[in-house]
Design a protein around this ligand. Sequence first.
Ligand SMILES: C[S@@+](CC[C@H](N)C(=O)[O-])C[C@H]1O[C@@H](n2cnc3c(N)ncnc32)[C@H](O)[C@@H]1O
Length: 229
Amino acid sequence: MATEFNNGTIEKAYARWAPIYDFVFGALFARARRAAVEAAERAGGRVLEVGVGTGISLPDYARSTRLVGADLSEPMLRKAHARVHELALSNVEGLAVMDAERMGFPDSSFDVIVAQLVVTTVPNPEATLDEFLRVLKPGGEIVLVSRVGADKGLRRMVEKLLTPLTRFLGWRLEFPWARYERWIEQRDGVRVIENRAMPPFGHFSLIRFGKSAGSAATKEDRLEAHVIG
Ligand SMILES: C[S@@+](CC[C@H](N)C(=O)[O-])C[C@H]1O[C@@H](n2cnc3c(N)ncnc32)[C@H](O)[C@@H]1O
């Protein structure tokens, strides 16, 4: 069983999931995904969906919403390509194999970054959130659907104990809200707009962060933040 949490283990995990992903996780997260799409469209503008996977949420967007998708896993993205083709989703401008932590987009490229069930899967969540900020325009929004783990107590202990198993599956259970708070405290011009519980199990949230209109996180800022952090 994988003991490291890195892109290699994640690629292997999602190559295993790709053929059955929609069947297992489609209906389970349908409500949360729709809430995220609604939030993204309320914010408006061009959307980047990171960790777009099989493209399961792409048909939920209005055909007038310009979309780009990115994912590390080629097998997952092949499914997304097939979906875009079959449903003639002409508003999807492109789907790219990319590491969420190092995306090939220029600074301030998108009005909204959507990442559903992604922050708890990537090896370096804070660096990934920083990269979201970099490609987000000032005044834009980050919209997440994510598992929020327990801050303390028995549930947190169980979440930690299960880590080797969930790493193999491709995600971590253990991700307390305090981790987002620490990330925000160390960044300028980021605020929480919303943190709303979502089904299933009450352990997931719709989380929205705003990037202030005056903030322009560039690659250089990001590197500096890493050195300091
Ligand atoms: C749990 S799935 C979520 C898929 C989809 N967003 C959904 O709502 O069901 C996590 C996705 O994140 C992708 N992913 C994991 N690490 C990544 C990374 N570093 N860069 C880009 N995508 C990544 C996986 O390949 C997978 O498609």
